[in-house]
Design a binder for this molecule. Structure first.
Ligand SMILES: [Zn+2]
Ligand SMILES: [Zn+2]
Length: 133
């Protein structure tokens, strides 16, 4: 691998700034669209590669949203997500979830490490639209 891990390239820095500057949990395509305004010659592949690298390094995080394009989050503090079932918008929720209890461990021979929670709902805009009909 020709790339140096410890030095951040200008491209990577701009990709990182873009993700950190967004609260919308953008897809790689959305990041590409914005980064291209500052780096017109960048390719989608480069954006993908850098997003994966930043994720591996724990600088940003990738959301596990089933059946959808991968989304990225510049906020790595512990929080959960709620997804609008109508338009797919994702918002942040900050609260503590209970630790796995003995009731859970009784149901599996696995050692439980963590669990992922994704809440589903209807965002304010979609609620408004529904009222108009
Ligand atoms: Zn919505
Ligand atoms: Zn988030």
């Amino acid at each position: 691998m020709a790339e140096k891990q410890h030095r951040m390239t200008r491209q990577r820095r701009i990709i990182l700034e873009t993700v950190k500057g967004l609260k919308t949990h953008p897809t790689a395509d959305e990041v590409f669209g914005l980064v291209r305004k500052r780096l017109p010659r960048i390719s989608l592949g480069t954006v993908y590669r850098n997003l994966d690298l930043l994720t591996e390094q724990g600088i940003i995080r990738k959301l596990d949203t089933a059946g959808q394009q991968k989304r990225f989050d510049g906020d790595i503090s512990p929080h959960y997500h709620i997804k609008c079932v109508k338009c797919g918008k994702i918002d942040d929720l900050y609260f503590e979830l209970p630790k796995p209890s003995s009731e859970w461990t009784a149901n599996t021979s696995f050692q439980i490490l963590e669990y992922n929670v994704e809440l589903l709902g209807i965002c304010p805009q979609c609620q408004k639209k529904m009222k108009q009909h």
